[in-house]
Design a protein around this ligand. Structure first.
Ligand SMILES: [Zn+2]
Length: 189
């Protein structure tokens, strides 16, 4: 059973979500206009981007927000999602098994259509994921919520909570801004 009775209901629900996100995240432009553009982008990409429809709305708000002079961050969108979706923390722009949809040829084409074919705007919106540091895996998809920057990997710390004569050394993710860190659970085995 589809959750939506008609295609219009389906579209409307996601447009409302985009508006709620933009009302909170967009301060330098008209949030309604940004939400309209974000929904337009969402409609272009929803059939091929390997994301849930809801999560994809956050991606689209991130992309259009950052291409319209609004400094929207992934951690800020996570907080907004927790607020709007009963505590669910959606990580916008995250990599999936199929990579980043917005870096694919189809994704780029759809975004460029929204951006009037301005490649500089496109690059601004996705540049956090195209840097050499990110491609080489030194920077991760984990974010410091306080600093709104990506955590870095490559360092280790001793785990003092383990009771052993020799404390185990484990990989960490560290924020280049505030230097606070957390265990890197992804690379543990
Ligand atoms: Zn930080």
């Amino acid at each position: 059973m589809p959750k939506w009775e008609t295609y219009d209901d389906f579209m409307y629900e996601h447009l409302v979500l985009a508006q709620q996100i933009c009302d909170r995240a967009i301060v330098k432009s008209d949030p309604k206009k940004v939400a309209m553009k974000a929904t337009m982008l969402w409609e272009f990409v929803k059939d091929f981007a390997p994301r849930s429809y809801q999560t994809l709305v956050f991606d689209c708000c991130y992309i259009v927000g950052n291409a319209t002079g609004n400094k929207v961050s992934v951690p800020f969108l996570q907080n907004i999602s927790a607020d709007l979706l009963d505590g669910r923390r959606v990580k916008a722009m995250a990599r999936t098994e199929k990579g980043h949809w917005y870096l694919s040829e189809e994704g780029k084409e759809a975004i460029m259509k929204i951006f009037g074919n301005d490649e500089v705007l496109y690059n601004d919106a996705v540049n956090q994921w195209t840097t050499d540091e990110y491609q080489q895996g030194e920077k991760t998809d984990h974010w410091c919520e306080m600093c709104a920057v990506r955590m870095e990997s490559g360092e280790t710390r001793k785990d003092i909570l383990v009771e052993a004569d020799e404390l185990p050394i484990r990989p960490i993710l560290i924020c280049p801004g505030c230097r606070k860190w957390e265990w890197d659970v992804d690379t543990e085995n």
